[in-house]
Each structure stands twice: as C-alpha cells, then as structure tokens.
Write a protein that binds this ligand. Sequence first.
Ligand SMILES: Nc1ncnc2c1ncn2[C@@H]1O[C@H](COP(=O)(O)OP(=O)(O)O)[C@@H](O)[C@H]1O
Ligand SMILES: [Mg+2]
Length: 410
Amino acid sequence: MYVRHLSLTNYRNYGRLELDLSPGSTLLYGSNAQGKTNLLEAIYYLATTRSPHAEQEQQLLNWDADDPTQPIVVGRLTASVVAQGEERQLEIRLIKEQKLGQSSFRREALINRRKVRLMDFLGNLRVVLFLPEDIQLVTGTPSQRRRYLDITLCQVDAIYCQALSQYNKLLEQRNALLRQLAEGQSSKELLPIYDEKLVHWGSLIFARRALFCQEMGREAQRIHYESLTDGVESIRLHYLPRLLGNGQRRNGVAEPLAELGSWLQMGGIDQEAIRTRFTRELQTAVPQDIARGVSSVGPHRDDWLLEVNGRHLGHYGSRGQQRSAILSLKMAEIQWMTQVTQETPVLLLDEVVAELDAQRRSLLLYYVKQAAQALLTATDPGMFTADFLRQATSLAVQNGRVLTSSDPIS
Ligand SMILES: Nc1ncnc2c1ncn2[C@@H]1O[C@H](COP(=O)(O)OP(=O)(O)O)[C@@H](O)[C@H]1O
Ligand SMILES: [Mg+2]
C-alpha cells in the first residue's frame, strides 16, 4: 500500500500542506526543526490514531491557529491511500471548541468523507515507524512496551482492538467496584459479573499477544542471527503475561512470568485454558485487590522482553547490542505485517539511517526497497549512496513547507 496524497491543515508547523507522494522511496531532507518528523508523525497518526509520543493530542494543533478567542479551531489530516488497487480517503479532524469559557477537544475520523468510529478507522493504512528512541522498547517502562504491542496489533486486527477497548472499560469499572468494596459500600456478589466479561476479553488479548510475540520472535531471530550478526547473536522475545498475582508462589517456588509466556506460546494458545487460569488468578487476588483498590492480574500489567544469547538485553546488553536488537525487531515487524496482511506497510524512517554502520544500513535499505512505499528523513542526503538517491524522490522540507523541484530554495 502507499499514500498517494497527503493534506494537512493546522497540523503542528504545517499551516497548509498539499503533497503528492510517489510509490518507492522518498527522502525528506532539511535542517533541524523544519517539520520532517512532524510529517512522518502525521502519516503515523492517520494509520494508528496515536502520536508516537504519548503526549496530549491538542499539541498536534498548529499553535498559530490555536487562538483562544476563536470559538472553534480545526486541524485536519487527510491521506489518499492506495491499497490492493483501490483508493481510499482517510481523514482525521482535531476539533477544539470554546464554550462559556470552557475549552473542549475531540476528534473525528472519516473514510471517504463518511464519519466512522476511531476503531473502524484503523487498518486502512498500515505503517512501521522507525525512530531513534525505539531503544526505549528495551530500556523503557512496561507501559511503553504494551503500547507498542497494542498499536502494532490494532493496525492489523480489529477484534484485538475491540477486545482492548472493552477490556479497558471493564477494568475501570472493576477497579471502581474494588474501591467501593474497600469502603464497605458494595456487595462482593457483583465481582463475578465483571470478572466473567473481563476474562472473556482479557483472554483474547493474552492469546493474541502470545501469538504475536511468538511470530515476531521467530522472525526477529531469523533476521538478527542470519543477517545482522552473522550467526554470533541469538535473540529471543519473551512474552510476560500477567496471569499471576503479585508475589504469588506455587509449591513454594515463584513461577516466573516467562514460563507462563512460554506456556501460552507453546500450548497452541488454548483459549479455554487461558480463561480457566485467568478466572482462578483473579479470584485468588481478590483480597489483595480490594485492599489496594486496583486489579493486579490481567493483560493491563503485561510486559515482554528481549534476550540476547540467553541474557536480558535491558540488563546486560551494550548500547550497540540494544540498538541492533531493536533494528531486528522492527525489520521483523515489517515482515510480520506483510505476511499477515499480504501487503507491505508504509515504512517511516526518522533519522535512523544516519546512526547505522554499513552492514546494518544496507540491510535496512534492502527492506526499504522491498516496500511499496518508504519515507525517510535525514538532515544530510549525503549519507545515502548515489545509487539509492538515484532511485529515490528527494524533497526538501523547510519551515513547514515541502519544496518540490520547481520551488525556489530560499
Ligand atoms: N503544535 C505546533 N504548532 C506549530 N509548530 C509546532 C507544533 N508542535 C511542534 N512544532 C514545531 O515544529 C517544528 C518542526 O519540528 P520537527 O518536525 O520535529 O522538525 P525536524 O524533524 O525537521 O527537525 C519545531 O520547531 C517545533 O517547535
Ligand atoms: Mg526530526
């Protein structure tokens, strides 16, 4: 699939942008703070309805347009996407309204100019984004790693996305009930009613994540071992499902989450077994959950980790090893998405080529060339080979404008 046209209004430092894009590779170059990252972010946002940075969405509105004296300010992102021979227009509106001194913010999503739920918007444009800060998938928090699972899976699996949304709603309700129970304001009889639904949606999430980690792990190992490290490093992706309460022990031995992850991954992902286990663990954790007012078991507390040659990459890996492993993981994501959807996703590479050595660079550019479309940013086009530049479209980005060859460079 590829984006044929991108149009932005009041988005970040783009007041107005109309940009035709070609299939193949496009290099966006320019000095710092001109709008290269913002442009990739816009395409990512249209694919995922999320910013790569977990910040407030109002910040996406162009600050010059965001005039508090105006009753309404609208930012608009539109992409014409060609997929399997058909073209679709995707649009997201960011709407900020002032009423009686109160400011409110909402979003609207449209496909071919018809409003749809955000959930149904997903899956019409699929991207894989490479950022220098991807290394945080190793060094960052479990919540950042869950976010990665969710955003990646939601692009290809509508049922997963629905399960996630239902699960999160139920979880909030269950936590509210736990707090009421702690204050003696509600009846324990209500818990099983929530738990039954929580287990239904939560088990789907566990199973889907386990399968994802299994498929991604296999692909990452192939790339990492064979192509990136010439047989020197083996990589493993462990899913750590929170199917166990805090500090619980079985037969006097702590059961590591990694074993549970393997159990999910190996057991052919038996939904029924997951449901049984999840139900049991939820029940066991009830006294503790009431005391704390939060649910301690469930996919909202999941994590995953990478191991290189049997050691935890976050704890023992060098910076270089961490970078390589993340690169393998992201390339695995391209392969995984292509296999699942029978189409290459749009690749977005933000300043990642510059920091790679020759071997890693040429491997990454191999994937770039395979994709129907890739957008790359760089401050200096000189870091690309003449061969690459010959077959790529180069566009200069300057102060919220994308200059085509007919524009004068000021
Ligand atoms: N909401 C906004 N409105 C206007 N400008 C913004 C907004 N958010 C960020 N910017 C500005 O956009 C500029 C370009 O950012 P970025 O795309 O990250 O540049 P580049 O990747 O080319 O270095 C920055 O100077 C930043 O201050
Ligand atoms: Mg940038």
